[in-house]
Design a protein around this ligand. Structure first.
Ligand code: BMA
Length: 326
């Protein structure tokens, strides 16, 4: 059963598919929307997450600084396209000094869940794990806990409890530039204790042959949870990050109903192919307007800048049904 939540966002950023383009997902013509140097300290701004906020938009942004430390900052936007970022990093409030030792913070996701915005990110605590925090107002930010022991990346919460539990997609890994990785799902009664782990899906050939990881917060549809995810191919010249989609069961979201065989977007433009890490398209957020079916996907490009892409939910569903590898 799908919930009765209506995901309405009439002011979603949007641009129609360009004439002559038949791709299911198309890029915004003015990409990248966030340049690498939007704030004075930044080396690069990418792999970032945005949400509707007070009739406008807010977000949490990965800003690697000029010391090449990986840090997250908050930002605000009137239209979801032009962004103002706080030049100061987010300060996470915690009463436990042990938890305040952040080695690094990167690849955030943000979700409105019940009464607040939860933020998850890859948090350095003796190796990468998933940090969980929340904010009510994007003014003060509170750290909750590390969800797992190291090593884990790509922690992505569902936007509501399922069967009375919080649910998070995640990707167990190692301490290096992980050459493997499947998507798993973990459940929690309280956002602190995570267990009842389930396998969701493994790598398969081609564009997703080396590792995969959940991207934006899954989108609820009557037929299942729409999950965009990145997949990595190891070429003779290094990793190539593309993204595709799958549909997960509404009640048992570790069950994959459809999985798109081809990718939906792969690094092909200059700003995706050239940067600090070439050939990366890494989605961390999607906005959704259910009445029109419009989806706006935010993705990091070449670990350097942030891009925006668009699609329509019905077309993605048709794509999944017609090209499913399940
Ligand atoms: C992954 C993460 C991402 C990054 C990608 C490509 O392991 O570190 O933040 O975009 O590698 O470098």
């Amino acid at each position: 059963m799908s919930s009765s939540i209506i995901y309405q966002l009439p002011n979603i950023p949007w641009e129609e598919r360009p004439a002559g383009c038949s791709d299911v997902v198309w890029r915004y013509s003015a990409n990248p929307i966030i340049p690498r140097n939007l704030i004075p300290s930044s080396n690069s701004i990418f792999n970032s997450a945005v949400v509707p906020f007070n009739g406008k938009f807010a977000g949490v942004f990965r800003c690697d600084n000029k010391k090449r430390e990986m840090i997250i900052h908050r930002g605000f936007s009137e239209n979801g396209i032009q962004w103002n970022l706080d030049p100061e990093p987010i300060e996470w409030k915690t009463s436990d000094p042990e938890l305040g030792k952040f080695e690094h913070r990167y690849d955030p996701r943000v979700v409105w869940l019940e009464d607040r915005y939860y933020v998850t990110w890859c948090n350095g605590y003796h190796g990468p794990t998933i940090g969980i925090g929340y904010t009510f107002d994007f003014e003060s930010f509170h750290f909750v806990e590390n969800a797992f022991l190291p090593f884990n990346r790509n922690g992505v919460l569902f936007p509501r409890k399922i069967n009375g539990k919080y649910v998070m997609l995640n990707r167990p890994s190692d301490n290096g530039h992980t050459p493997f990785g499947d998507i798993f799902l973990s459940q929690s009664p309280d956002m602190i204790h995570w267990g009842e782990h389930r396998h969701v899906m493994s790598t398969q050939g081609g564009w997703e042959s080396t590792k995969i990881g959940a991207g934006p917060i899954p989108i609820e549809t009557p037929e299942g949870w729409l999950m965009f995810y990145h997949g990595v191919l190891t070429s003779c010249n290094g990793f190539v990050y593309s993204f595709g989609a799958a549909l997960l069961d509404l009640e048992q979201p570790w069950k994959v109903i459809y999985r798109g065989g081809p990718y939906l977007l792969s690094p092909q433009t200059l700003y995706e192919c050239v940067g600090d890490v070439p050939n990366v398209a890494f989605p961390c957020a999607a906005l959704y307007d259910q009445p029109t079916g419009r989806i706006a996907i935010y993705y990091g490009a070449a670990d350097t800048v942030t891009g925006l892409a668009f699609c329509k939910v019905d077309e993605v569903m048709d794509f999944l049904k017609n090209h499913s590898s399940v």
